[in-house]
Design a protein around this ligand. Structure first.
Ligand code: HEM
Length: 392
C-alpha cells in the first residue's frame, strides 16, 4: 500500500486502514499496549542481552493483536516468524545502493532476492489473514476488535460484486499495517535505549518525575500521561534526534509542476528531507545532541513544537499509523523508565564497555545492537514482577 500510486485501490486500502487506526478508534488498543509493555519488561529482565529481539516481539505482538486479533506468544511465535522473515528480506532490498543497481550488473542478486521476497510477502499476506478470517467464520470474536475482523464484518454488508476487491484491499492494508508498525516501533525503541545509555542524567530526571507523580507502587498508565511532561519530552526528542525514516517514503509527481522557478516534470521522484527538518540548527540548536529540555517551557509544561507533526510525513500520504505508534512507543518507554535502570554494559572487570553508535542504512534506519544493561530499579521487587506475570 505504501508503494502504490494514488489510485482506487490505494484509496480503498487507506479508508480501511483509517477506520481502525484513527485516533478515537485506536483508543481501544490502549490496555493491550500496556499489557504488552509489561510483558516486554519481564522479557528484558529474563534475557537482557536479547533486548533488540524483545523490542521486535513487543512491536509485532502489538501489531498482530490490532490487525489480526492474534495473541502471539511472548517469544518465538511461529506466525510472527513468517511475517518478520518476509520483512527482513524485503527491507534489506530497499537500500539506496540496491536502488542504483540493475539486474545486468555483474554479481547483482536483485532479481533472485526479489523472487524470494515476493514469495515470502505472499506468505506474509496470506497466512495471518487466513487465521483472522477463520476466527470470524467460527464466530469467535464477536466482542473483540481487530482491523481484519471489523472489516470482514463490514464486507458482509457490501454487494457480492464488490467483495473480492474489498478483500484484496483489506489483505493489503492489513499486511502494510503490520509491516509499517513492526520495523518503525522496534527502531524507535532502539533509538530511545541508545539515548538512555548515553544520557544517564536524562534517565534520572525522568525516573524522578515518575516517582513524584505516580509513586513507586504501580506502573504508569495512559491516564498519567498528561502529568508526565518530561516523559513526553523524551518521546519527542527520541523521534527528532535520530529520525528512523529520514527521507520519508518516496513519492512521484502526478503532473508537471513549477516550484521556485524550477520545472518539476510529471513522474519525478520526490522525497521529503525529514532528517533535515529534525536537524535544523535554527529550530534545534545543538541538534545532534539529545536534549529533551528543548521541548519543556520555563513553567514545566510542553512547548508547541511536536516533531510528530513532521516525522510521520505530510498530506494525503501521512503515516496513518501515527496514533498507534504514539501509544505503543509511549507505553513502552514510560514502562521501561518506571521499572528499569538502563545503563552502559560492563566487562568482566567491571569496566564500562565503550562503543561508537552505528546505524543501519535504507528506507528506515536504526542503531545497530550496542552493549547495554537492563536491571530492575531498586523498588521493583519480585512481588511486583510476579503480579505482572500473573496479569499477563
Ligand atoms: C515511530 C513510528 C513511525 C514512524 C516514524 C513512521 C513514519 C512514516 C512515514 C515518514 C511515512 C511516509 C509518509 C509520507 O509519505 O508522507 C509513513 C507511512 C506509512 N506508515 Fe508509518 N511510521 C511509524 C509507525 C507506523 C505504524 C505503527 C503503522 C501501522 C499501524 C504505520 C503505517 C504506515 C503506512 C500504512 C504508511 C503508508 C501510507 C500511505 O502510503 O498511504 N506506520 N510512516
Amino acid at each position: 500500500m505504501a508503494f502504490t500510486g494514488y489510485n482506487e485501490t490505494w484509496r480503498l486500502s487507506r479508508r480501511i486502514f483509517h477506520q481502525t487506526f484513527r485516533p478515537d478508534s485506536a483508543l481501544k488498543f490502549r490496555p493491550m499496549h500496556i499489557r504488552r509493555a509489561h510483558e516486554m519488561i519481564l522479557n528484558l529482565l529474563d534475557e537482557p542481552q536479547q533486548y533488540n529481539s524483545h523490542f521486535a516481539t513487543f512491536s509485532s505482538s502489538v501489531a498482530m493483536s490490532a490487525v489480526y486479533d492474534y495473541e502471539s506468544s511472548a517469544r518465538d511465535d511461529p506466525l510472527v516468524r513468517v511475517v518478520a522473515d518476509a520483512l527482513d528480506i524485503g527491507l534489506a532490498m530497499m537500500t539506496p545502493e540496491k536502488a542504483m543497481s540493475t539486474d545486468w550488473c555483474p554479481g547483482s542478486s536483485i532479481k533472485r532476492d526479489a523472487q524470494v521476497s515476493t514469495n515470502r510477502t505472499n506468505e506474509m499476506m496470506d497466512v495471518p489473514f487466513r487465521y483472522a478470517k477463520q476466527r470470524v467464520v467460527d464466530n469467535f470474536i464477536e466482542s473483540r476488535s481487530s482491523m481484519v475482523a471489523e472489516n470482514l464484518r463490514r464486507m458482509e454488508k457490501e454487494d457480492e460484486a464488490f467483495k473480492p476487491m474489498f478483500e484484496t484491499a483489506l489483505k493489503r492494508a492489513a499486511t502494510t499495517a503490520f509491516a509499517g508498525a513492526y520495523e518503525t516501533t522496534t527502531s524507535t525503541l532502539m533509538v530511545f535505549v541508545l539515548a538512555m545509555v548515553l544520557h544517564p542524567d536524562v534517565q534520572k530526571r525522568a525516573q524522578a518525575e515518575i516517582d513524584l507523580v505516580i509513586g513507586r507502587d504501580r506502573l504508569p498508565t495512559f491516564d498519567d500521561r498528561t502529568s508526565l511532561p518530561y516523559i513526553d519530552a523524551i518521546f519527542r526528542e527520541t523521534l527528532r534526534w535520530e529520525s528512523i525514516v529520514p527521507l520519508g517514503v518516496p513519492h512521484a509527481t502526478t503532473s508537471d509542476d513549477v516550484f521556485d522557478g524550477y520545472l518539476i516534470p510529471k513522474g519525478t521522484t520526490a522525497a521529503c528531507n525529514l532528517w533535515g527538518i529534525a536537524r535544523d540548527e535554527r529550530r534545534y540548536p545543538d541538534a545532534s545532541r539529545f536534549i529533551p529540555e528543548r521541548f519543556i517551557q520555563d513553567d514545566g509544561t510542553l512547548t508547541d513544537d511536536d516533531p510528530a507533526r513532521y516525522i510521520f510525513g505530510f498530506g494525503r500520504r501521512i503515516c496513518p499509523g501515527r496514533h498507534t505508534a504514539d501509544a505503543s512507543v509511549w507505553s513502552a518507554i514510560a514502562t521501561m523508565l518506571a521499572s528499569l535502570d538502563i545503563s552502559p554494559a560492563k566487562d568482566e572487570q567491571g569496566k564500562v564497555i565503550d562503543f561508537t553508535p552505528e546505524f543501519t542504512a535504507g528506507l528506515t534506519r536504526h542503531p545497530k545492537v550496542f552493549p547495554c544493561s537492563f536491571s530492575p530499579r531498586s523498588h521493583v521487587h519480585s512481588e511486583l514482577l510476579d503480579e505482572l506475570r500473573t496479569a499477563i
